[in-house]
Design a protein around this ligand. Structure first.
Ligand code: OFO
Length: 176
């Protein structure tokens, strides 16, 4: 059984994962309107991945006798300055998510909730991967700078990264 503190903290995380999903979905839609098909495919997949993170939490809370609450969400930004600005935002956002996961882990230890602590380890590893990927992409974009053909190849590369993300989502579904 979850304590009230752990339950409300997990529900806050559900909201954060849901808003991450909406945020990335908005980025995906913007990228699609810019003719960046690889970037948008990657971001649509990323939005799905965040939704899977949210679902995994809802199901866990319910399984442990709590109630996973589906949150109301604020409108995310709809336009972005550039592809680089998008991925810089993603990196910043993922660092924030990592901090929140770490806070949650700490709360579980304080509350002596070792079951939830164990469950959260999946998110701890996931955040290492998400941050590393965002950082790697931002670094690539810095190298590309204003080079249009560089951006063209970058867009193509992201198409194949999207396939990997999709594999990650499918794995996450099977792990549930
Ligand atoms: Fe759910 O990992 Fe990104 O936000």
């Amino acid at each position: 059984m979850l304590s009230a503190k752990v339950s409300s903290s997990l529900n806050k995380q559900i909201e954060l994962e849901a808003s991450s999903s909406q945020y990335y979905l908005s980025m995906a839609s913007w990228a699609e309107t810019q003719g960046l098909n690889g970037v948008s495919t990657f971001l649509y997949e990323h939005a799905d991945e965040e939704r899977m993170h949210m679902l995994k939490l809802i199901k866990f809370v319910n399984e442990r006798g709590g109630h996973g609450i589906v949150p109301a969400l604020k409108q995310p930004p709809v336009t972005f300055k550039s592809v680089k600005a998008v991925f810089e935002e993603i990196l910043k956002h993922e660092i924030k998510v990592t901090n929140e996961i770490n806070n949650l882990v700490e709360i579980c230890l304080k509350e002596k909730d070792y079951t939830t602590h164990n469950f959260l380890q999946w998110y701890v590893s996931e955040q290492i991967e998400e941050e590393a990927l965002a950082r790697q992409i931002v670094d690539k974009l810095k190298l590309i700078g204003d080079d249009k053909s560089g951006l063209y190849f970058f867009d193509r590369d992201l198409e194949s990264l999207a396939a990997k993300t999709k594999a990650g989502i499918d794995k996450g579904k099977n792990d549930r």
